[in-house]
Write a protein that binds this ligand. Sequence first.
Ligand SMILES: [Zn+2]
Length: 269
Amino acid sequence: MRFIEPHAHMVSRTTDDYLSLATAGCEAVCEPAFWAGFDRGSVEGFHDYFCQLTEHEPRRAAKFGLPHFAWLCFNPKESEDLKLAAEVIEIIPQFLDRPNVLGIGEIGLNRNSRNELKVFEQQVDLAARFRQLILVHTPHLEDKLKGTRLIVDAIKSDRRINPARVIIDHVEEHTIRLALDAGFWAGMTLYPESKCTAARAVDMIETYGAERLWMNSACDWGVSVPLAVPRAGLEMRRRGHSAAAVDRMLHGNPLQFLAQSPKFKLAAE
Ligand SMILES: [Zn+2]
């Protein structure tokens, strides 16, 4: 089985996880900028993080033959600090030309607050000005439906953004159509304990079809499974999906979206 891991926070993972990914057939790993588990105190902290995502992490992945790509942004969870948000958004353009940077992400909402929405719109504007792909984080649990609506409306109201260049991540049964019907891509995040399991993800594929849909592990510093994507591929096979259908979901679809950036290349290329 070959696959692309389109959303993983590898700075929080061990080098053994790279080995496992490569062994399991991973051909590229993509890492959105994320909350560190604590609020960073300064723009310098973000500068160093962006250097880690664009310099150090690609080198670590390359030891296993894995191309590593990054998305950059100011995380929604930290958006109550508008001054820091402005400072960080100002330094992002100096990183956008780096060879592994695919776009702006994961931007979005966490608690759907006014400040989060403001910072979200500023980063959509940043993506529009620099013609970047966008990867969106949607809130978890009870805030997800409202947050997804706010996000979809905010992006649709910016006429410069082509929805085919935006992926709305962490969709669930009650939000997937909001994303797909508006022309966006949708990402299903596979969690080991709660939220979307492999079985639920395959249910959604069977219900809504495979178009503009991908799966990711979003593995990070919390309880998570770096091999969740190929395991969901096994679940598809167990339920009778063809090898070609599995390959489309795990490899073809993420490739189709990500290759909208000319920088995106697979290990085999
Ligand atoms: Zn994430």
